[in-house]
Design a protein around this ligand. Sequence first.
Ligand SMILES: Cc1cc2nc3c(=O)[nH]c(=O)nc-3n(C[C@H](O)[C@H](O)[C@H](O)COP(=O)(O)OP(=O)(O)OC[C@H]3O[C@@H](n4cnc5c(N)ncnc54)[C@H](O)[C@@H]3O)c2cc1C
Length: 378
Amino acid sequence: MSTAPAPDVIVIGAGLVGTATALALAEAGARVTLVEGAFAGSGSTGAAMGHLVVMDDSPAQLALTAHSRRRWHALAETLPPDAEQDRCGTLWIAADDAELQGAADRIAGYGRAGVHAELLTAAQLQREEPALRHGLAGALLVRDDAVCYPPTIARELLRLAVALGAVAHAPSRVQSIAAGRVTLASGEVLQAGAIVVAAGVESPSLVPGLPIVPRRGHLVITDRRPGTVHHQLVELGYLHSAHSFGGASVAFNVQPRRNGQLLIGSSRELVGTNPTINRPLVHAMLARATEYLPAIAQLRALRTWVGFRPATADKLPLIGPWPAIPGVWIAAGHEGLGITMAPGTADLIVAGLLGTTPPVDPAPFRPDRAMPSLEVAA
Ligand SMILES: Cc1cc2nc3c(=O)[nH]c(=O)nc-3n(C[C@H](O)[C@H](O)[C@H](O)COP(=O)(O)OP(=O)(O)OC[C@H]3O[C@@H](n4cnc5c(N)ncnc54)[C@H](O)[C@@H]3O)c2cc1C
């Protein structure tokens, strides 16, 4: 039950996190102003793969991704076709028996979060994905995971928020924030009871001390070869690559797009916001992908790009109030799960601002929690 009157809120950033939050706040009756420095989906959201995936690196991550995936399934009913949301499922590929056993051990945990997962034998995996190389041990199939096209969805969520009365300032950069005040680069000052910072990797420039670092990733998109793969394919070793903050890493991660293109990832490295393509790393990423999916050698790479995951050292996003600046809330730091977690993040912000029951325990996401240093996290 609501215990507070609907507030007036400024949301900074129109990535998927900011637009989902603006829409959820508008739906809850808040008066919302959204300020975006470029255009909706222009940040990490526009560079992402769009895998909507339940992940279980920690109980908190499992709870928020599982809740968010349920919200994505409901959203799918209302989004336009160019959102390209397809429930293709994820196949977590086990290269050997040890990886398969590790996958089997995770099924019960998924089940407790209401997520169905099942183990496939090597023969079943070959039937599901004949293009994979022979000799793999099997896979964990999470059928209800999905893929989508994030920049279109960010635009659509913003459109829906505006239709409910939200006011959008874009392009318009925020210069600085203070309690109840947002100063734009133009010099204009906006005032509101609450400010939600959803500026992705740029959030620390507005909130000094926010523990977010950019983690660069490359993606390659191929020409069209419909039917090559049917699920989002990820090697189980991806979990290690995503979890570890060591040196540069790559993992096999391939997504079938609706038009028959393949989106190939993934890489991770800490190089600030350097936008240069790291060709040796892309080469290693494609070599890894071809190892699992030899058919990739027959495809043409049309484009390669980089994006920046807003990473935290403990691999959980920052969602909640920032006590150093009264009235300021953070919705940022989702690393490689910001598309997936956007609806759940929006729900947590709404619950916090309106005093309603949160969908999952918000405590693990408190922005002011103790955070390991990146050196320790590695
Ligand atoms: C290669 C790659 C692949 C990925 N794949 C996936 C995936 O498959 N699934 C998944 O769930 N996640 C994925 N991610 C992660 C995902 O992209 C991010 O976690 C997510 O996009 C973060 O969204 P956001 O809204 O917080 O940030 P952003 O999308 O970066 O949005 C922030 C917005 O704030 C604006 N802004 C910044 N500063 C200001 C300012 N001062 N004033 C006004 N506006 C400002 C920016 O212009 C931007 O539009 C991937 C990321 C990368 C790089």
